[in-house]
Structure formats: structure tokens, C-alpha cells
Ligand binder design. Structure first.
Ligand code: ADP
Length: 401
């Protein structure tokens, strides 16, 4: 892979190479393009931080760039994919020297992957080689990434790993087709944990499994995380699943992050209309009954450029600036303009909440966003209101057009 081009920053913006102590991995203004006749800008200026020990969820519809971002974080992009800008910085312990992942040479990168950062791929069901035994596949990992390990140690460690994910070590001689889907998934997770990485990126790790097996695997992942202390980037289109398992989450749309917040806060108070749309697309298993709304239209083509907000054509709340002014992800404060501050587990919600939406920009929308985007009780609103979403913002923000 070629080195990243210099990062283009907005005037006055600075690239901070240092990580705060609680951050293990950070993507700084990462952009990826698939080259071709019609280049596709699959990841657009994405910045996010993964804290030590947390599960960071990345949600969004298929095709919004989640997997491409995951591959970029692992530095595993292959042509026609090309990193066009940004940095990925990693720090395995508090006080350690941050590593610029993009600057690693081939040998350093081989050492880095699997030991520091590993990945459970989207196609985990097919990620195993069908014609070699589990023993050989575990052994290949150790030979490649830990060549100093002796043969006996490799065998012992492989058995331990199988046991760790609830598979009888005697299955080490099995071939993948002799295992159930859930077992294969467990094997893939065991492989990702083989060298005790600090971070595991999981790309749709349970999507192909039935709900019962999915639940078992999620419980297993949570148990392993508590036991081993690694951090997880968990990628899925299933927002309801992420709300349950992640500490914080980033919502992607059209290659960009449009909202980044603690998951508990997103569940109670989505700030971006797209997040609200996703939440209203599935039933709440615990809350009051409410009407489900899909999101009209379809996602944008990432081969095209949009002048304003990429979500505007599908947004019930779009007002004039959305068509022409690009919203930038910025930390906004409910306290600053809109009154409805929310406490999430004792933390002021405004501290870690970012959204890219003009409704939250006091300059463009001085009256503030509609109540359902500031922490209104979504379930309650749906039960009592006969009003369709969409009428409110024009009445509020349209005044200044
Ligand atoms: P997600 O993981 O959210 O489903 P992806 O990262 O797989 O999204 O894809 C993002 C976009 O990148 C897609 O819309 C697709 O058009 C484009 N893309 C993905 N893989 C390729 C490829 N190999 N060549 C060209 N374009 C691609």
C-alpha cells in the first residue's frame, strides 16, 4: 500500500498526534477512495477514538463505508482501495509512545497485526481455509506472527484458545466443514485473540448466525473482553444490537460519521435525523409500543459529490442550508442553546456528544432542533402524538430562511 498523502485540514484546524491516556486507537481525518473510472469516496474524513477496554460500535446501512474503514484501521486496504489522507495512531499502554500505523514498515506491520490489532472479518463463516485442519490454521498464525514460538507451545496455545471459546480442544484436528456455523465463528474469534491483541475489530461477526447462536457468541465476546481486557470496534448495520453491546457508537452515513455519542444517550436522545430514522426502523423490545417508520429513499452514491448534507434528500427535517452547506461533525452542547441537557450515568451528555447536523447549529437554527432530536421521550411521543415527523422544523428553523 502506498503511504498516505498529506492530510488536508480546514483552516485553523490542527492534527494532534498525541493520544490521551485512555485512548488506545485513533483515526484522524481518514479518507479512502476506490479508484476507477468513477472513483468512490467510501470513507470521508473520519475521525474517531477507541478508549481502552470499551466497545465502540459503528453503525450504518450497507454500503456506507464501515468495512472500508475497518480495513483502513488495520492497514489492510488493497487496490483499487487507496488511503488518500489521514493517520491511524495506536498506543498499547498508558504513557507508551504512540505508533503511527501508516508509517510502519512491512516487517513492523507484520509484528503489529494480530499482536496489537486483529480482526474478525465480515465473512468469518468463510474465513477459514476449508482444506486444512484447525491445527494447521492456528499454527500458520503463530509461524507468521510469532516465529519464535516452539512447535509444542504452538500446539498447546492452540488448544487453550479453542477451550477459551468453548470448543473441546480435541477438535483441533477437525476441518471447518465438520463444525457448525457457531463453532466456526468461535474458532475465528479464537484466532483473532491468538496473540492477545489490545484491539479487536469485529466486522459483522454475527450477521450470518441465527439469533440464538448470535446471542451465545455475543455473550462469549463480552466474557472474553472482561477476562482479557481488549478493546473492540464492533461494526454492524444492526443498530439495536449495538445499543445493547457498545459503550459508545458512531453512526456512519455516506462515508462520514454523522453522530458520535455514548450508546445509552443515542438510545434515549438521538441527535441526528438519520440516527432517529434508524431507531424508528426497529421495535423497542423493552419500551412502550410505538409506530415504526422506515427511512424513505436510498443511500447516496459514494461516487458523487454532494454540496450540502448527504442525508438531506431523505430527511424529514431538512431546511434551506442543508442543500448547500456541508455539516461538519462538531461537539455541540445541548446546554449551549437548546435547554434539554441529559444525564447519562452521571455524566453530562454534552461532554462526549458530536453530531453533523445543521439543526444543532445555533447560528443556522437558532430555535434549536425539534424535541425528538433533543431527548424527547420517543416512545411516549409516538403513543400520544398524531403528528407525522417533518412539520416541526420548518416552523422552527424556516423562520430565518
Ligand atoms: P459497508 O461495510 O458499510 O457495507 P463498504 O465499506 O463495504 O460498506 O463499502 C463502501 C462503498 O465502497 C460501497 O458503497 C461500494 O460502492 C464501495 N466499494 C466497496 N468495495 C469496493 C471495491 N472493491 N471496488 C470499488 N468500490 C467498492
Amino acid at each position: 500500500m502506498r503511504a498516505a498523502d498529506p492530510v488536508e485540514l480546514a483552516p485553523g484546524e490542527e492534527l494532534d498526534p498525541l493520544l490521551s491516556d485512555d485512548v488506545v486507537l485513533r483515526a484522524d481525518h481518514v479518507s479512502v477512495v476506490y479508484d476507477g473510472d468513477n472513483p468512490t469516496r467510501a470513507v470521508r474524513d473520519v475521525t474517531l477514538e477507541l478508549r481502552r477496554g470499551e466497545v465502540l460500535g459503528i453503525a450504518g446501512e450497507s454500503g456506507c463505508g464501515k468495512s472500508t474503514l475497518a480495513y483502513a484501521l488495520m492497514r489492510m486496504l488493497r487496490p483499487p482501495a487507496r488511503l488518500t489522507g489521514g493517520r491511524i495512531i495506536f498506543s498499547d499502554h498508558v504513557g507508551g509512545t504512540p505508533v503511527d500505523v501508516m508509517a510502519l514498515e512491512a516487517e513492523e506491520l507484520r509484528h503489529f497485526r494480530w499482536r496489537k490489532l486483529s480482526m474478525v472479518f465480515q465473512s468469518a463463516m468463510n474465513a477459514l481455509n476449508p482444506v486444512t485442519s484447525l491445527r494447521k490454521q492456528f499454527s500458520d498464525i503463530f509461524e507468521t506472527h510469532a516465529p519464535e514460538m516452539r512447535r509444542d507451545d504452538r500446539e498447546q496455545r492452540s488448544r487453550e484458545l479453542l477451550e477459551m471459546v468453548g470448543i473441546d480442544p480435541s477438535r483441533i484436528a477437525s476441518f471447518p466443514h465438520e463444525l457448525s456455523g457457531g463453532m466456526r465463528q468461535r474458532v475465528v474469534i479464537a484466532m483473532a485473540l491468538a496473540l492477545q491483541p489490545d484491539v479487536v475489530i469485529m466486522d459483522e461477526p454475527t450477521t450470518a448466525l441465527d439469533v440464538v447462536v448470535q446471542r451465545e457468541i455475543l455473550d462469549e465476546i463480552e466474557r472474553l473482553r472482561e477476562e482479557l481486557g481488549f478493546s473492540i470496534v464492533f461494526i454492524t448495520h444492526d443498530l439495536s444490537l449495538l445499543l445493547e453491546i457498545s459503550d459508545r457508537l458512531a453512526v456512519m452515513y455516506g462515508g462520514e460519521i454523522v453522530e458520535f455519542a455514548p450508546s445509552a444517550q443515542v438510545a434515549r436522545a438521538p441527535a441526528h435525523p438519520y440516527t432517529l430514522g434508524l431507531l424508528e426502523s426497529f421495535p423497542d423490545m423493552r419500551g412502550a409500543r410505538r409506530q415504526l417508520h422506515g427511512i424513505p429513499g436510498s443511500p447516496p452514491s459514494l461516487a458523487e459529490e454532494v454540496a450540502g448534507c448527504a442525508f438531506a434528500p431523505r430527511c424529514d427535517y431538512a431546511f434551506a442550508p442543508c442543500a448547500s452547506v456541508k455539516p461538519r461533525l462538531g461537539e455541540r452542547s445541548f446546554l449551549a442553546g437548546h435547554g434539554a441537557a441529559i444525564d447519562v450515568q452521571g455524566q453530562r451528555a454534552s461532554r462526549t456528544w458530536s453530531v453533523a447536523c445543521h439543526l444543532h447549529d445555533p447560528d443556522l437554527c437558532p430555535a434549536g432542533p425539534p424535541q425528538e432530536l433533543t431527548g424527547g421521550d420517543r416512545a411516549g411521543d409516538a403513543e400520544t402524538s398524531t403528528e407525522e415527523p417533518g412539520g416541526v422544523p420548518d416552523a422552527i428553523c424556516g423562520e430565518e430562511e
